[in-house]
Design a protein around this ligand. Structure first.
Ligand code: WTA
Length: 652
């Protein structure tokens, strides 16, 4: 099995298959394999023809576009010369189509307060905010940082920027003052929109204070708009710079037409961490991104007019941009939005919300699913989840055992699961089951969406043999692709386009199986080389998680004189004591599941694993711990690694 060319060995066997229920297929947006095959072939063989028709049907054009795609690798331009507006597509277009009185946002705050906004009401709020931004002095091309709690004003602020052609840069409201200042400075932000405070697990976090600290180091920022959310007293307001939302937005006229913008007008910058160095400002532009977010939403979430759709992400991540704001709103969906923590006031908050609002589509992350498993089934069993018809997963690979739990406990064995693979850079979902037609296999993101042409290559850029893993690239441009790293052309070219010329390098490894299904195998940097065998972290982790006692597992390589690298596993457990006996049992379990080669050399029990703020396990930090010299702790205690997460403050 050893392969000198840098291919990755595949060791995990998963053959459980879940075809879509016939009832689901009957009404699905994509309901036959032939329909997908035809779309896929058309997008591949006649790219311009396919996307021309899609763009004309699904976006509003103030002025028609000429050429569909100008591809000068690595630079793409889409829908050249056309004029559109993402805020118009999300709001006015739906109102014109008769959805004015339909609920766009159904919101619940952490303390339990609620609000609803119809499409007409949402447009009024967006228009007022756009008018206020204009009055304050923001115009097309200016960068506006948004550092806000998950209140309706967060998407309102994003859409107000889009309405006037300002570029939003949403910063997750858990980042430090230092991180805000870095982002403000990198993008030369002219304004920050924030709030007095934020509710988190019943406490109030002082957002404005943090922003003030950041603004002391952000010389380009001239204005700060502050929403009153928590009613915090004595919020410091700097004369001439800071204004309250209720003073300047509420009194504006709600008639502020969307500005016709060139297709390639920057829509937003979103910072994401690189494996090294400072965060990258991923740039997306108007028409291509908007179309990609909308169409991927239609296809993957099988949207129907009466759905109540809930994406549990924060707007501070790409998932929130594409699948709370631009995708579902362009599609005229009703979106539930929740402000707070999943375990406040209790561990059943999500299921309480699903029951109360009769959520039909739920889109969440594996890190959340693993937390629910750990918290216990009783929190789920208390609630009626029969409204759900479709479940989604994003952000990391979902280990097959977590998938099965999600399917049984949340989906009542009737809801298809869409395991969606994509990235901040890709703008929207790239590979995913289509819930009406794909027989899913736990752990696989299955097949590419129309317009996506994956290629799996070895280090020399040659396509790898079937069944082996290699680096996942995308061979053709697609409308939602990133247009650059803001202000850093060199890094853009080096990071994504140099190693495999002409193809977009995703940074992930993947394998294609005999059915043509894709399996993400983890980040390129995370591959472990044991005695010449290149193994994927996800496969070993999934084997560990398939043991009853294991909730979460993170596997990393550490130096080993004999084997090159040894496998170190960090696990969190439930219902068992962390002792030598369990350690042995887990090693044997992996050996039995996937083979002797993959048996971990070290197993360390942890209370929690260090995570990025978006919930991904930080393997890089664990690598440092694994290779450190310190003795493995007392076998009867759990290591507390949560402190490590703080070291990676800037990881997105
Ligand atoms: C990982 C999130 C396996 C992957 C939308 C990718 C996944 C990175 C999946 C992007 C999935 C995301 N299966 N891995 N379904 N979805 N990833 O930019 O490594 O926050 O490259 O975008 O998350 O993370 P980002």
């Amino acid at each position: 099995m050893t392969d000198p060319s840098g291919q990755i060995d595949h060791i995990l066997i998963e053959d459980r298959k879940f075809p879509p229920p016939a009832e689901f297929t009957k009404r699905a947006v994509v309901s036959t394999q032939a329909q997908y095959d035809e779309m896929y072939a058309k997008a591949r063989d006649d790219r311009d023809g396919f996307w021309k028709a899609e763009a004309n049907e699904h976006l509003h054009w103030f002025e028609p576009f000429g050429d569909v795609c100008q591809w000068n690798a690595p630079h793409a331009k889409w829908f050249l010369g056309g004029k559109t507006n993402a805020s118009y597509n999300c709001l006015d277009r739906n109102i014109d189509a008769g959805r004015g009185d339909k609920l766009a946002i159904v919101w619940e705050g952490e303390p339990g307060d609620t609000r609803t906004l119809t499409y007409t009401e949402l447009r009024s709020e967006v228009a007022k905010c756009a008018a206020a931004l204009t009055q304050i002095g923001i115009s097309a091309g200016d960068v506006v940082s948004i550092y806000m709690p998950m209140t309706p004003e967060l998407p309102i602020a994003m859409l107000a920027c889009a309405r006037i052609g300002a570029i939003h840069s949403v910063i997750f409201a858990g980042f430090s003052a230092e991180s805000i200042a870095d982002r403000n400075n990198d993008a030369s932000a002219k304004m920050v929109i924030t709030a007095d405070g934020l509710y988190r697990r019943g406490k109030v976090l002082p957002l404005k204070e943090t922003v003030d600290e950041a603004l002391a180091k952000s010389p380009t920022v001239e204005h700060c708009l502050v929403l009153q959310r928590t009613g915090t007293e004595n919020v410091p307001m700097t004369e001439g710079r800071d204004v309250w939302w209720h003073d300047v937005v509420d009194s504006q006229s709600d008639d502020f037409p969307a500005v016709p913008l060139d297709s390639e007008t920057p829509l937003f910058i979103l910072y994401t961490s690189g494996s090294t160095g400072k965060p990258k400002g991923i740039l997306h532009t108007t028409a291509g991104y908007n179309l990609w977010a909308k169409r991927t939403f239609d296809w993957v979430f099988d949207h129907r007019e009466d759905d109540i759709y809930w994406c549990t992400a924060d707007c501070g991540w790409i998932t929130g941009h594409s699948y709370i704001v631009y995708g579902p709103l362009s599609a005229g969906a009703t979106c539930l939005m929740y402000e707070g923590a999943p375990n406040h006031p209790a561990e059943d908050r999500f299921w309480d919300l699903v029951e109360k609002y009769k959520v039909t589509i739920l889109y969440t992350a594996p890190t959340a699913v693993r937390a629910f498993i750990k918290w216990g089934d009783e929190h789920v069993e208390k609630h009626d989840l029969s409204s759900l018809r479709l479940l989604g997963s994003v952000g990391e690979g979902i280990n097959p055992e977590a998938w099965i739990w999600y399917h049984k406990m949340i989906g009542g064995e009737r809801c298809p699961i869409v395991d969606t693979w994509w990235q901040t850079e890709t703008g929207g979902i790239m590979m995913s089951p289509l819930p009406g037609i794909t027989a899913t296999i736990p752990g696989s993101c299955t097949t590419p969406l129309p317009g996506i042409v994956p290629a799996i290559v070895d280090e020399a850029g040659n396509v790898v043999d079937a069944q082996h893993g290699g680096m996942l690239c995308i061979a053709e441009p697609w409308p939602g692709m990133l247009r650059g790293i803001y202000g850093d052309e060199q890094r853009f070219v080096e990071q994504y386009w140099s190693m495999v010329p002409g193809k977009y390098l995703t940074g992930d490894n993947a394998r294609k199986d005999e059915h043509g299904f894709y399996w993400i195998m983890g980040r390129i940097d995370d591959v472990i080389n044991v005695s010449g065998h290149r193994l994927s972290t996800i496969e070993v982790e999934s084997a560990l998680v398939s043991h009853d006692a294991v909730c979460e597992a993170a596997v990393v390589g550490r130096h080993d004189d004999l084997k090159g690298q040894a496998i170190a596993a960090f696990v969190t457990i439930h219902n068992r004591e962390p002792n030598e006996e369990l350690r042995k049992e887990l090693k044997l379990h992996v050996r039995k599941q996937i083979g002797a080669l993959a048996q971990p050399d070290d197993i360390r029990f942890a209370a929690t694993l260090p995570k990025t703020r978006s919930g991904k396990i930080m393997r890089r930090l664990l690598r440092d711990v694994a290779s450190g010299r310190e003795v493995v702790g007392d076998t009867s205690t759990l290591e507390d690694l949560s402190v490590l997460a703080k070291l990676g403050d800037d990881e997105a």
